[in-house]
Design a protein around this ligand. Sequence first.
Ligand code: FES
Ligand code: FES
Length: 78
Amino acid sequence: MSEPIRASDTPYAIAVESGKSYFWCACGKSSSQPFCDGSHKGTDFTPVKYEATESKKAFFCGCKATKSQPMCDGSHKD
Ligand code: FES
Ligand code: FES
């Protein structure tokens, strides 16, 4: 398994909508962070689906090192 690209040093704060699904970029290559734009083709990575159960601000991992994908778990500080 290759290493993901660190897209950002901090999480992305996104206003998610209840009932909607989001596909988080795991590889770090997407141009529309934090979401997948298909750029992972040819890599070992696939996007991670997130289903919003409520409308709120969600913090998606930008560093791609989180251990609780797709959300930031503070690992970007390491
Ligand atoms: Fe990164 Fe799809 S572009 S997982
Ligand atoms: Fe990746 Fe916080 S941005 S763990």
